[in-house]
Design a protein around this ligand. Structure first.
Ligand code: ADP
Ligand code: MG
Length: 112
């Protein structure tokens, strides 16, 4: 298992972009990937298309019991290979459905 941490205290330096690029590279190669989003901005969580996250990274960090992180793993909208431990999007921020879906759904105008 390879663990990659993408972190910086500075905003706008490409953390979310790099994370999504790594996840999409894993997806394209049929590798299993788990994205753990610790950023309360939740850009990665929103882009990775999490339909319903019951538990978030905040819940995991607040509860030291074994198994809590496992319970927080949620399927992403990218398919069975990419899972996520989501963060909670700030209240009032709509999902970014205006962005092209990536990876594209087979047969969509953005798929090849
Ligand atoms: N390698 C890059 N080259 C040019 N622009 C980039 C690159 N990586 C990210 N960006 C752009 O920079 C902005 C900030 O990136 P983002 O991933 O949201 O940063 P962070 O998560 O660190 O706040 C976005 O508009 C993104 O598209
Ligand atoms: Mg970000």
């Amino acid at each position: 298992m390879t663990v990659v941490a993408v972190l910086s205290m500075k905003g706008g330096v490409g953390k979310s972009t790099v994370t999504l690029g790594l996840a999409s590279a894993a997806w394209a190669r049929d590798l299993t990937a788990l994205v753990i989003d610790l950023d309360p901005q939740a850009n990665t969580t929103m882009a990775i298309d999490v339909p319903d996250a019951t538990f978030t990274t905040s819940d995991v960090l607040a509860d030291a019991r074994p198994g809590v992180a496992q319970d927080a793993i949620t399927p992403s909208g990218w398919g069975s290979g990419v899972s996520v431990i989501a963060t909670s999007p700030p209240a009032g921020i709509p999902r970014c459905d205006f962005a092209p879906r990536w990876p594209p759904r087979p047969g969509s105008s953005t798929s090849s």
